[in-house]
Design a protein around this ligand. Structure first.
Ligand SMILES: Cc1ncc(C[n+]2csc(CCOP(=O)(O)OP(=O)(O)O)c2C)c(N)n1
Length: 362
């Protein structure tokens, strides 16, 4: 990737947490280029040889492609779970096998614990010299036995625009997949075209005079379903909130959407991408970006599912955008329009924060 790229920091963190049991479906975009150039791979394996299984899909169907990866393994795993249940209930199985099967079944939906329980069950079954069909099927398909962590990665061009229909459809299936959007606010990999994620006043290709209309609120759309875990994160602003959101999303037994703010080389940040993480912090402090989490499990407990994790803005919105040439350039090319659009952008951000504050109070 470009030096300082925020996309890679998010992907690295997610693989550090779940890499040994992870499937990744990756939309075409920067993340498929740094994620899978033909000759090398940045993804690796642990001491047991386990690492993310990765595949790249086209832009227009990545969410569907990831759902297919999830459903494929789910169909096999559900068959194996039934077989383990039969073994656990059988008179012929040894006490050791039954105990291992019980532990496997008790942790079957717990990604963190099921890996060890699966390894113990496989070890017991391998010791057994019976000719049982169920044992044979389980051992032949042992790679599908443990709980997997299925992720769908892509940029904002994919998630907000071209792949949105599929993303929305996959979220609405209620299946247990995790979607991670690297939000660079432009189509980074093809030279910075504006997407529906681009902001008011932002200069991008197809928006040479500054984008006139507001950034789409993708998180709001997902939250409207009520059964989708949704978070906005910005690693450099709040690492604890980032970690919390990623872990909660992964543990949520349904669809999850995380939108990660990802400063990009294309933003032309003053001082360069060495300031990437610090720029995320500034973005949150001025209210340009808001961190929050929406967890349907809280609603089930009678609590407000929405938690606003960003404090009210304390820094200047205008100073923040003037630190990035994707905005400041407009003051030279179209000074009057720049003034008008930047005021509109600030007002829109203030209104959005007020709205989020109300959601958090509910
Ligand atoms: C249907 C389709 N249209 C266009 C392209 C060309 N293309 C490849 S990557 C890309 C930009 C991706 O942008 P984004 O999703 O924002 O991800 P980023 O590169 O910013 O990480 C485009 C337009 C494509 N692969 N498929």
């Amino acid at each position: 990737s470009c030096a300082g790229c925020a996309e890679t920091s998010y992907a690295r963190l997610i693989t550090q947490l779940f890499g040994s049991r992870m499937y990744i479906s990756n939309a075409t975009g920067c993340s498929s280029i740094w994620g899978g150039p033909a000759a090398t791979s940045p993804y690796t394996v642990d001491a047991n040889g386990h690492g993310p299984a990765w595949a790249n899909s086209l832009f227009e169907d990545n969410a569907e492609h990831g759902l297919g990866m999830y459903l494929g393994q789910k169909a096999i795993r559900e068959r194996l779970i039934e077989e383990v249940k039969e073994i656990a209930a059988s008179d012929k199985a040894s006490a050791e096998i039954k105990a291992a099967a019980d532990e496997y079944l008790a942790t079957v939906n717990d990604g963190a614990k099921n890996t060890a329980a699966t390894a113990a069950l496989v070890a017991e079954l391998e010791k057994c010299d019976c000719k049982c069909d169920k044992k044979a099927d389980i051992l032949e398909n042992k790679n599908y036995l443990s709980k997997k962590s299925v992720w769908i990665f892509g940029g904002d061009g994919w998630a907000y625009d071209i792949g949105f229909g599929g993303l929305d459809h996959v979220l609405a299936t209620g299946e247990d997949v995790n979607i991670m959007v690297f939000d660079t606010e432009v189509y980074s990999n093809t030279g910075g075209q504006a997407s529906k994620s681009s902001n008011i006043g932002q200069v991008a290709q197809f928006a040479a005079a500054g984008k006139a209309i507001a950034k789409k609120r993708l998180a709001d759309i997902a939250m409207s379903y009520g059964y989708i875990y949704v978070a906005q994160i910005a690693m450099g602003a709040d690492m604890n909130q980032t970690l919390k959101a990623i872990k909660e999303a992964e543990a949520y037994p349904g669809p999850s959407l995380i939108i990660g703010y990802a400063p990009c080389e294309m933003h032309s940040i003053k001082g360069g991408m060495t300031n990437c993480q610090a720029e995320m912090e500034k973005a949150v402090k001025c209210g340009y970006w808001n961190n929050f989490r929406y967890d349907p499990r809280l609603a089930a407990e009678g609590k407000n599912p929405f938690q606003l994790d960003s404090k009210a803005p304390t820094e200047s919105y205008q100073d923040f955008i003037m630190n990035e040439a994707r905005y400041s350039a407009l003051t030279r090319s179209f000074p009057d329009r720049a003034k008008e659009l930047f005021e509109k952008a600030e007002k829109t951000a203030a209104n959005r924060y007020e709205y989020l504050t109300k959601l958090a109070e509910k």
